[in-house]
Design a protein around this ligand. Structure first.
Ligand SMILES: Nc1nc2c(ncn2[C@@H]2O[C@H](COP(=O)(O)OP(=O)(O)O)[C@@H](O)[C@H]2O)c(=O)[nH]1
Ligand SMILES: [Mg+2]
Ligand SMILES: [Zn+2]
Length: 280
């Protein structure tokens, strides 16, 4: 028996990466019944002769969109332009990551298309919330070396709308990946010819996942789940009068106080209210 990681699932075939070699495996019938669907990111044991997956290790995390398991961290990619940066979207993805208990950092891509002033402004807001921000340009090859270290020993997922430059970033990190690059389409408001499947690419003793990306992400969370997963609203020192406080107009709301004191940026709170409005 050999062990490896499921790195791609296409046409019902599971590509298992084992010491850098790819084995195309099927799944043992009884395992399917017992365990359910195998996902990209699953650590499996397979029979090298029959090419059949016989065991799956317990998962540490599971994301639904993109469908991937055992993720150690999420790298949220937002382009500064085309598509334009949106705080609302950034906070939406951060809430999604928090809800799934996966650490998230931000990449601001296409820095060559933006002004320094705008970049500094965005960085300041997220740094205030203890969220790491990396700034990259694949066109000018800037900021690429700075993010290489964070992938070591981990499964990292690149997430973001299509067209923000996820595949371009991967190619800049390692040109051997040869990921397909889509053109950003103004009419569609997203990239065309985008990545179709989630795939794990080996890097620095870990893996980076390129994902299809999507034009919209539905959180499908209740208002209270959003309140509890929204970045900085879930820190320990926040002590609202009610434990189920939605931080709207409840008395003795610690969040409202932190906003008044300037410790939580107003734009974060506005994005939060917009997220709440969306979930009926
Ligand atoms: N100016 C500029 N364009 C970029 C940069 N990175 C990606 N792009 C362009 O953005 C478009 C979408 O890129 P792609 O990597 O396919 O995005 P993905 O859908 O997130 O994988 C392509 O036209 C790229 O050439 C960058 O750093 N600067
Ligand atoms: Mg892509
Ligand atoms: Zn509150």
């Amino acid at each position: 028996m050999r062990s490896g990681v499921v790195s791609l699932i296409k046409y019902g075939v599971n590509s298992v990466n084992c010491d850098g070699k790819i084995y195309s495996c099927s799944v043992k019938g009884s395992l399917k019944h017992k365990f359910g669907k195998i996902e990209v990111g699953d650590y499996v044991e397979f029979d090298e002769t029959n090419l059949v997956i016989e065991n799956v290790k317990e998962r540490v995390s599971k994301l639904i969109r993109p469908s991937i398991v055992n993720v150690d961290q999420i790298l949220l990619v937002f382009s500064l332009k085309e598509p334009d940066f949106s705080y609302y979207l950034a906070f939406k993805y951060l809430t999604y990551a928090n809800f799934n208990n996966v650490k998230a950092s931000i990449v601001l891509s296409k820095s060559d298309k933006s002004e320094n002033k705008e970049i500094e402004e965005i960085k300041k807001i997220f740094n205030l919330l203890n969220i790491d921000v990396y700034v990259t340009s694949c066109k000018k090859l800037e900021g690429i070396d700075e993010i290489k270290d964070i992938f070591k020993d981990k499964i990292t997922v690149l997430m973001g709308q299509s067209g923000v430059g996820k595949s371009s970033l991967l190619n800049a990190i390692d040109s051997n990946y040869s990921r397909d690059i889509g053109e950003y389409s103004v009419a569609l408001g997203r990239g065309k010819h985008q990545t179709k499947e989630t795939i794990l690419l080996p890097y620095n003793n870990g893996y980076i996942a390129d994902t299809p990306g999507f034009s919209s992400l539905e959180l499908k969370l209740s208002k209270l789940q959003i309140a509890q997963s929204f970045p900085v609203f879930n820190v320990e020192h926040v002590n609202c009068r009610y434990s189920n406080c939605l931080h709207i107009s409840e008395p003795d709301c610690a969040i409202k106080k932190l906003i008044e004191e300037g410790k939580i940026p107003l734009i974060a709170y506005q994005s939060y209210l917009k997220l709440l409005e969306e979930e009926k």
